[in-house]
Write a protein that binds this ligand. Sequence first.
Ligand SMILES: C[S@@+](CC[C@H](N)C(=O)[O-])C[C@H]1O[C@@H](n2cnc3c(N)ncnc32)[C@H](O)[C@@H]1O
Length: 266
Amino acid sequence: MPFRWARGMKFSSLPEPVGSTPAAQSGMKDEIFKKPGSGKTPFEFNAQVAAVFDDMVARSVPFYKEVLQMSAELAREFYQPGTEIFDLGCSTGALAGNLLREFGDAAFSYTGIDNSADMIGRATAGFEAAAPRIRFRQGDITETEFTNASVVVSNYTFQFLRPLARQALLRKIFAALKHDGCLVLSEKCLEDSADVSRVFADRYHALKERNGYSKLEIAEKRDALENVLIPFRVNENIEMLREAGFNPVSIFFKAYNFASFLAVKS
Ligand SMILES: C[S@@+](CC[C@H](N)C(=O)[O-])C[C@H]1O[C@@H](n2cnc3c(N)ncnc32)[C@H](O)[C@@H]1O
């Protein structure tokens, strides 16, 4: 059963943020790539993926729970009253749980946007009773408008956008942000050195094995993600953020081929 936020529920009774308990929200285990050949079809955020997404992301992204928590803490730090926190590529809305916990009784407003109807359906159902502080809408983040933002979070989503669309979206985010607002961006990345990238990718696959995925599942998913998830180098991401106007740009978390950036509009 997905977690449901009930009116009157105490913040202390919120479940652990997704990631600490695999499959905490949907309760379903990711077994999508167990069959040989299952990775032949390009990866999509469809109903099948949405149903197991919480387990998939918790077992596939290193330190996912901590990155969500740090994203929520940074959101609290940079949030300006009367403005909006946007979560671009929100999936099932896991960040909203961390924000509710982090803000406690303090006022804030959050909008999660995702173009997958299945993800938005699950997010909306999970946080129904947290409205109006928490809202979700279906839309393409490269096309939809967002204004009055002091915080924008986009975790593990730019990597799925067409490379050419990324810079334009960063400019749009920069324009939408208030002064002293911030963007929190997390991405799967490459290194400048191809050799180090290879070592990091190997270590990452070992981490997935420790999290219960078989070699076959790892290989099939890698096939499905070919030309769907296109990582930029760490330094390319930093250059792109600077080019859009952000300054300072800092890395607040890094583990092998995953990096999280804090970019401020000062
Ligand atoms: C890896 S998931 C993001 C995980 C989520 N941010 C989290 O921390 O749990 C990527 C999400 O981006 C969404 N997405 C991809 N391209 C998009 C686009 N152009 N517009 C809106 N959402 C998009 C997908 O549907 C998917 O839910």
